[in-house]
Design a protein around this ligand. Structure first.
Ligand SMILES: [Cu+2]
Length: 348
C-alpha cells in the first residue's frame, strides 16, 4: 500500500460513536415504559405498523415493525411509511424492474404492478392481491397507508417489492381471541426497528475502523453502502480519501439490498426514471440516461469533469482514474446525504 493513500476518518469515527451512544438512550426510552395489555375492546381498532425507519445517522432500517401483528377482523392497519417502500399483499415479492420489448428493443422500466396502487388508502382489504403503489412524486411523499382488514381469520403476508427481504405478516383472528392492544403493538414495532437500527450503526462503526485504505493493484477501494441485517447504512467507507494523481478509485456496492450511484454533480432524486405517457393508460416508467454510466467505468477524468456511475446494483463496481490534482466530491443521487470526497495530490 503506498504511503500516500491516507484515510482521514477520525471525524467519522467520532460521529458513529456519538450515534451509538444516542441510540442506547433511544432504545432505553422505548423499552422502559412497557405498556400493559388493555382490556379487549369490542369496537374496531386501528393498529400502526412502521414501514421502514429512516436516516438515523444515515442508517435506514429496511423492515416492517412489528414484523408480525395480530388484529381482529374489521380492525384497520395503518402503515407509517418512512423511505421508498410499498405495501403489497401477494403470494411473494413482485419484480421491480421488467423489460418488455418495445419496437423490437427491450425497454427497462418499473413494473406497473409495483409502481401503481391497486386500491386507495382507507379501502377494505378482502384478500387477494392488494398494492399501495410506490410514492413516486418526491414533492408529495406517501407518509401513511391504511387498510381495513375485513378478511376471514388467517395469516396474510405482504412485501415491499423494492427491498428484497422486507416482508411481514398480519394475523387476523376472530373476535373471541385476546390480542395485544394497538399501543402494545406500536411499542413492539418501535423496539424491533430500533434494535435493527442499532445493529446498522454498530456495523458501520466496525467497518469504518477496518476500511482504512484498502488497495488492490494500487487502486483505492471504496465500499458504497453497508448492509447489517435489516439496516442499510447509506454512507461510503471510507468517505474521505487521499490519492496521488494518476491513481484510480473503484467503488463497489456490497451484496445486500440497496443500489447506489457515484455521481457529480448531484442529480435530483428520481432522475433515474423517465415518465413516458401512454394514450388512455398508466404511463411507462422507463429508466433515464442517469440510470446508466457516463462516462464508462475506467475512464480518466480531470477536475470539473462530470461523472455518473448510473445505478450500481449489489455486487457491481465503478472505476475512475484521477489524472489531475484537486478535490473531487461525489454523492449518490438515490440517497441524498450519502456523500464522499476524493482528494488527489500532485504525483510524488
Ligand atoms: Cu445510495
Amino acid at each position: 500500500m503506498p504511503a500516500s493513500l491516507v484515510d482521514v476518518r477520525n471525524v467519522r469515527l467520532f460521529r458513529w460513536a456519538l450515534a451509538g451512544a444516542l441510540l442506547v438512550g433511544l432504545c432505553a426510552g422505548v423499552l422502559i415504559p412497557r405498556i400493559t395489555a388493555q382490556a379487549q375492546e369490542t369496537e374496531a381498532q386501528t393498529y400502526t405498523v412502521f414501514a421502514g425507519a429512516g436516516n438515523l445517522y444515515n442508517t435506514a432500517v429496511l423492515a416492517f415493525g412489528p414484523q408480525r401483528i395480530q388484529v381482529h377482523r374489521g380492525d384497520t392497519v395503518t402503515w407509517i411509511i418512512d423511505g421508498f417502500h410499498n405495501i403489497h399483499f401477494a403470494p411473494g415479492p413482485t419484480e421491480l424492474v421488467i423489460a418488455p420489448e418495445v419496437n423490437g428493443q427491450p425497454l427497462p422500466q418499473m413494473n406497473p404492478a409495483v409502481a401503481f396502487p391497486s386500491l386507495e388508502s382507507g379501502a377494505v382489504f378482502q384478500g387477494g392481491d392488494a398494492n399501495s403503489g410506490i410514492p413516486l412524486d418526491p414533492a408529495n411523499p406517501m407518509v401513511a397507508f391504511s387498510l381495513v382488514m375485513d378478511v376471514v381469520p388467517g395469516i396474510y403476508a405482504y412485501y415491499c417489492d423494492i427491498h428484497p427481504g422486507m416482508a411481514a405478516v398480519i394475523e387476523v383472528v376472530d373476535s373471541a381471541t385476546s390480542i395485544p392492544s394497538p399501543t402494545e403493538a406500536l411499542a413492539n414495532g418501535a423496539t424491533e426497528l430500533a434494535v435493527q437500527g442499532g445493529q446498522g450503526v454498530q456495523a458501520a462503526m466496525q467497518t469504518a475502523m477496518q476500511t482504512a485504505t484498502e488497495t488492490e493493484d494500487d487502486v483505492l477501494q471504496i465500499q458504497a453502502g453497508l448492509q447489517a441485517g435489516g439496516a442499510a447504512v447509506l454512507d461510503f467507507f471510507p468517505s474521505s480519501s487521499l490519492i496521488d494523481a494518476g491513481q484510480s478509485v473503484t467503488w463497489t456496492v456490497p451484496l445486500g439490498m440497496e443500489p447506489h450511484t457515484i455521481t457529480w454533480p448531484m442529480l435530483p432524486p428520481g432522475s433515474e426514471v423517465t415518465v413516458i405517457p401512454q394514450d388512455g393508460g398508466t404511463p411507462v416508467l422507463a429508466f433515464a440516461d442517469a440510470a446508466f454510466p457516463s462516462p464508462e467505468s475506467g475512464t480518466e477524468i480531470g477536475t470539473g469533469d462530470p461523472f455518473n456511475s448510473g445505478i450500481l446494483m449489489p455486487g457491481q463496481s465503478f472505476t475512475l482514474k484521477f489524472s489531475e490534482p484537486g478535490v473531487y466530491n461525489y454523492a449518490c443521487f438515490l440517497h441524498p446525504g450519502m456523500q464522499g470526497t476524493v482528494v488527489v495530490m500532485p504525483a510524488s
